[in-house]
Write a protein that binds this ligand. Structure first.
Ligand code: 4AD
Ligand code: MG
Length: 501
């Protein structure tokens, strides 16, 4: 059977009406008396393979195949619009590579916890595959963006002697008897490199011991960080805006069908074009406390409560249908629908329950605090595009941010809030470039300047205005794909309470 050329499903359009061999896994199987339909997946696509009883040995072998068995299969390729993927194989030979044991992930709906515990297998399903391909495109788009603009990639260390961000979220490691930490950011090292190479970026895993279980927090996440010399805050914001438009355009260009399959509405992504609104933190605070915002939020709550009531009624209808359903496949289908609906109802219920408190928090927001997740959600919901928020109170942000020359209560920083309630996806700033001021800030944050000798040095030898930002890959992807939680955007998520697999 090895005579016919081995090809991949993605290339089948080049092989119509010829005989080829495919290698893959059995996604599913359907028998119709004298014919068996094998649904093959090879990692590049899906193809329906038709085995007829006229070829007894092949037919018998096909009968033994269980879900996820691996196989080599040969036959003639026909173009067929009705077939998933657009092609069909008339099978003439079949070689079993391995018969799979009973596969734990059946087509019936599983809860997220179960799926996460089977993440090593779940990756084979359509949805994770689509998300991971979009992740790949997005990361490539980021790298292309910087590579095409003369940036040099700098790999920054993962084992670090001190805090780069908030000391509360450090992961300590025993480094030959001394305490070291997993990197929270590559930024401080990039600042050194940008004084050497002017425009630099790093891309790597970063670690935060986040003790919060939210849909936005991972303990290990990937961050893309550019840093540029001779730059002020506006230059940093312009760069972030250009990059974000580039990424979204690239994903839209290559993954329309994937996004639609994920249930992602495309219209909000099409609107991601420059210029994005730019407001200050003080504007944001006024907005949170404004009567217009209160009306907006209360109307939204009324709409969501109505939606919840409608879904509950739909669930009741499904319950009745389940009682009346006779065939097992009908029951299974209804149960899957019920389980999906129950999940979205649960999410909305929790959300609606917390909303009055979030509204209260927003209305009584005091200038000086950092914006919380619910505040970001409220602000970003009021814009159709991502919105830049700049100039936060100095106490609320990191020690390295430059105190504003216009208002010493604030720093020259920027957060980019994604629309549709997704919140912060980028954090950046102009950096403090004065050695004395930086030392003072380090002390004010309860850190020891002695630990930052090399970092303060950068301000002693030809200090220049400089800045950059960090883009969280998972949060950005979660927004682009319209997901409810960041855990699906990374192959093997690390969360508080999850390390397996
Ligand atoms: O705002 P952050 O903490 O900024 C920095 O780390 C700077 N040193 C970056 C820089 O200026 N070079 O983090 C940047 C981004 C956030 O906007 C968010 O997208 C993501 O990293 N992020 C997280 N993503 C998932 N889980 C977490 N626990 C995250 N913490 C931050
Ligand atoms: Mg931040």
């Amino acid at each position: 059977m090895t005579e016919s050329p081995h090809v991949i499903i993605a290339d089948l359009s080049d092989h119509v009406d010829s005989t080829v061999t495919l290698e893959g896994w059995l996604q599913g199987k359907r028998s119709g008396g004298k014919v068996i339909f094998l649904h093959l997946r090879d990692g590049t696509g899906e193809c329906q393979c038709v085995v007829e009883a006229g070829a007894p040995t092949v037919f018998e072998a096909a009968g033994t195949l269980t879900q996820e068995s691996s196989l080599r299969i040969s036959g003639a390729i026909r173009a067929d619009d009705r077939a998933p993927g657009g092609f069909e194989m008339s099978v003439t030979a079949l070689e079993v590579v391995h018969i799979a044991e009973e596969y734990p992930i059946a087509r019936k709906a599983h809860g997220v916890d179960f799926l996460m515990s089977h993440r090593h297998l779940w990756l084979r399903s359509r949805r994770p595959g689509q998300i991971l391909r979009i992740r790949h495109t997005m990361i490539k788009a980021c790298r292309d963006f910087f590579d095409d603009r003369g940036f040099t990639l700098i790999d920054t260390p993962i084992l670090t002697p001190g805090a780069g961000e908030d000391t509360q979220t450090l992961f300590p490691v025993d480094y030959f008897g001394e305490e070291a930490f997993l990197a929270q950011t590559g930024q401080l090292y990039l600042e050194s490199a940008c004084m050497a190479l002017r425009k630099v970026y790093c891309f790597g895993p970063t670690f935060r011991a986040e003790k919060s279980k939210t849909r936005r927090h991972l303990t290990e996440f990937w961050m893309l960080e550019p840093e540029i010399a001779f730059a002020e805050l506006d230059d940093v914001v312009d760069l972030a805006e250009d990059m974000m438009c580039h990424i979204v355009a690239r994903v839209l260009e290559r993954h329309r069908a994937d996004l639609e399959n994920l249930g992602r509405e495309l219209a909000p992504l099409e609107k991601v074009t420059a210029p994005f609104p730019r407001i200050t933190y003080s504007d944001a605070v006024d907005q949170l406390r404004s009567p217009e915002t209160l009306i907006f939020l209360e109307e939204e709550l009324v709409r969501d409560r109505a939606r919840l009531a409608q879904w509950m009624a739909e669930l009741k209808t499904l319950e009745q249908q389940l009682e009346e359903a006779r065939k097992p496949w009908q029951q299974e289908k209804i149960r899957a629908q019920m389980s999906d609906l129950t999940e979205v109802i649960g999410d909305l219920e929790r959300d609606v329950e917390n909303r009055p408190q979030h509204i209260q928090l927003a209305q009584s927001f005091e200038w000086g605090k950092d914006l919380g997740g619910s505040d970001e959600t409220i602000i970003s919901r009021q814009y159709e595009r991502p919105v830049f928020v700049t100039d936060y109170p100095r106490e609320a942000k990191a020690f390295y941010m430059k105190v504003s020359p216009h208002d010493s209560r604030v720093v020259r920083n920027v957060d980019l809030l994604a629309p549709e309630g997704y919140g912060e996806i980028i954090g950046g700033s102009q950096r403090e470039d004065d050695a004395d001021m930086l030392e003072e800030r380090i002390k004010a944050f309860g850190l020891d300047p002695a630990d930052y000798g090399w970092y303060i040095d950068l301000r002693r030898y030809g200090s220049v205005p400089h800045g950059g930002f960090g883009l969280g890959i998972e949060r950005t992807l979660s927004w682009i794909c319209g997901l409810k939680h960041v855990r699906e955007t990374i192959p093997f998520p690390r969360l508080m309470g999850r390390m397996y697999p």
